[in-house]
Structure formats: structure tokens, C-alpha cells
Design a protein around this ligand. Structure first.
Ligand code: NAP
Length: 302
């Protein structure tokens, strides 16, 4: 494919993908926006020969989404309700996911849970703000809990990929004296911290799991319900931006799927833009990376 493929090229490429088995996928944050659109793109590309599990809080949304997916006798669509800012809930949700994935393998784990950055601060995990917990800690806790299933897929020679939807280019440098940013209320600072920590994970996890692929990918500026939570005065500006610069979730979902299926990104750590092209990010040194990993592990321990 060309470096900035058109949407029709991306869709055609996704539609031409074949699987020797029925693939399995979990979308945390799949009840809306980019996660929903990527799940729909996968259901469409597989023509419904797929097992998809959506994780979120809204069962009604999940049921409406499943009703719009293609169906065959092989389709299996499940919803798992989970408030993901609580790590014990994630452990329980992962247990449920294991029981639903009857062949014991997970091919694609897509993480896009999040909320509008400029909402009220709220401390949820050992004093860490919910925005950072959603974008970072909860996502990698799912990765850890579901890792045996993804590893099993790799052992069988199947697809085994993990994708976190953020913006790899938007990282601040890690402040090791303030890991968790427990006194920070600025949405932008928290977003930069989430990206910086995630970029460290994208570098470190492939060393621990060399047969898997890990991505931090930018979805584009996407017109989703996410920004509806903005202040009343920001809504006219958001409405104009929706018309002028934002892409539709459908386009983002197809592009996210093309990254997820790209044969060049089968193993290793990748930082990607909205066209699934690789971007360079500033790397932290080994000492900082270890500090981030140790901090993450101690905060998510249950
Ligand atoms: N939209 C963009 O332009 C853009 C650009 C760059 C990066 N991103 C990244 O993509 C993420 C998703 O954005 P989006 O536009 O797809 O947002 P969205 O449409 O609002 O979707 C957010 C998803 O997160 C889930 N969620 C939120 N809080 C949760 C909680 N406490 N527990 C469980 N699930 C929760 C929601 O499910 P329930 O409501 O069912 O719980 C929903 O499925 C953002 O947070 C951001 O990290 C977005």
C-alpha cells in the first residue's frame, strides 16, 4: 500500500485479508468511538467469521453495536461489563474473557478506553487521576491479565497483537520524581504522561514477549462522542472542528484495523500515525524505563 493510502485502498486491503481460523479480538473501550469502529471494521473484514468481545460499562450500547455487525453461524459477539478504573474489576473481567475464549487464544487486544481530557479531576487508583488510569494503568493491566491468551495465539503461529490508541508523538519526558502525577489536574499534562509511560511499555514489552506485536497508534482527530463531555462553551468550537478537521470514526476504525493486520508489524514495538506509518519518538534511558515499569507494577497490584 502507498504511505498515505486512501480510505478505499485501506478498506480493500482489509477486506482482502484471510484467516486460516476464526480470529478472536477483545476491544476494551469498544462500546463507542474508535474502539467500536475498529471492532466493526474487523467484523466486516472477516464477514462475521470472528469472535469479538467488547468491554465497557454500557451493555445497551454493546447490544446495539452487535445488532449492526455481520452475522454467520460462526460469529460470536459478547459484552463484558467493567468499570476499568478499578484494577480488581479488570482481574475479574479478564477471568470472564478467559471463560468466553473457548479455544484459549486471543489474536487482537485493542485498548481505547478513555474520557475527555478536560473533565473534573478524580482520584481513583492510589491517588492517580481517572484520566491517566483510563489511558495507561487500566490498559496495561488488561495486557498483563490477558497475556497468556495472546502468548498462546503466538505459540500456535497465529496473529498476536496488542494496540493502545493514544498519540505516540505527544509524549512529555518522564518525570521520575513524580510518577503517577498524583497532584496534577491538567488534562494535557496527564495525556502527555500517559503517552510517555505507554511509549516506555511499547519499548519494554516486546523484550518480555518477543513473539508479539505492541503498538501505540494515533487514530487521527476523530469525531466521536468523547468530546461531548466538554464544557458548554466549548461545544460550538467542537461542532465547527467536527465539520472542518475531524474524520469520521468509520475511517479511523478502518485505518486502525489496517495497522492491526499489517504483515510488517507482526512482532516488536511500533509507534504509528493515523495512516499506520511509523513515527520516531524520543526514547527514555534504561533507568527511567525501569522506574516506569516498577511504578506501574506497584500501582496496579491487587
Ligand atoms: N477521538 C480522538 O480524536 C482521539 C485522538 C487521539 C487519541 N484518542 C484516544 O482514544 C481514546 C478513545 O477515544 P474515543 O474518541 O473513541 O472516545 P469515546 O467514543 O468516548 O469512547 C471511550 C470508550 O471508553 C470507555 N470508557 C470510558 N470510561 C470508562 C470506564 N470508567 N470504564 C470502562 N470503560 C470506560 C467507554 O465505554 P462505556 O461508556 O461503555 O464505559 C467507551 O467505549 C481517548 O481516550 C484517547 O485516549 C482519541
Amino acid at each position: 500500500m502507498p504511505s498515505n493510502p486512501s480510505l478505499s485502498e485501506v478498506k480493500a486491503s482489509n477486506a482482502s485479508t484471510t484467516w486460516s481460523h476464526r480470529p478472536t479480538a477483545v476491544f476494551v473501550g469498544g462500546t463507542s468511538g474508535i474502539g467500536e469502529a475498529t471492532a466493526r471494521a474487523l467484523a466486516t473484514a472477516t464477514k462475521g467469521r470472528v469472535q469479538i468481545i467488547l468491554v465497557g460499562r454500557s451493555r445497551a450500547r454493546a447490544e446495539a453495536i452487535f445488532a449492526s455487525f455481520p452475522r454467520t453461524p460462526e460469529s460470536q459477539y459478547d459484552f463484558i461489563q467493567c468499570e476499568v478504573s478499578n484494577m480488581k474489576n479488570i482481574v475479574n473481567a479478564a477471568q470472564e474473557i478467559r471463560s468466553k475464549l473457548t479455544n484459549g487464544t486471543l489474536n487482537y487486544l485493542v485498548l481505547s478506553q478513555g474520557i475527555w481530557l478536560f473533565v473534573e479531576p478524580k482520584q481513583v487508583l492510589n491517588g492517580i487521576d481517572h484520566r491517566l488510569v483510563l489511558n495507561f494503568y487500566s490498559r496495561w493491566k488488561f495486557v498483563d491479565e490477558l497475556m497468556p491468551l495472546v502468548e498462546k495465539a503466538a505459540e500456535k503461529g497465529e496473529e498476536a497483537r496488542v494496540m493502545t490508541v493514544l498519540n505516540p508523538n505527544d509524549a512529555g519526558s518522564v518525570d521520575v520524581s513524580d510518577l503517577g502525577r498524583k497532584t496534577t489536574t491538567s488534562g494535557l499534562s496527564l495525556a502527555k504522561a500517559a503517552t510517555a509511560y505507554s511509549n516506555v511499555m511499547i519499548e519494554e514489552y516486546p523484550k518480555l514477549h518477543p513473539n508479539l506485536a505492541f503498538y501505540n497508534i494515533f487514530p487521527g482527530v476523530v469525531s466521536t462522542p468523547n468530546m461531548n463531555a466538554g464544557a458548554w462553551w466549548s461545544q460550538p468550537l467542537i461542532a465547527i472542528a467536527r465539520m472542518l478537521i475531524m474524520i469520521k470514526p468509520e475511517e479511523s476504525g478502518e485505518r486502525m484495523l489496517s495497522a492491526l493486520l499489517n504483515p510488517e508489524y507482526k512482532k516488536g514495538g511500533f509507534y504509528l500515525d493515523q495512516y499506520a506509518g511509523q513515527v520516531n519518538v524520543a526514547k527514555e534511558n534504561e533507568e527511567v524505563r525501569k522506574a516506569v515499569l516498577d511504578h506501574y507494577r506497584s500501582e496496579v497490584a491487587v
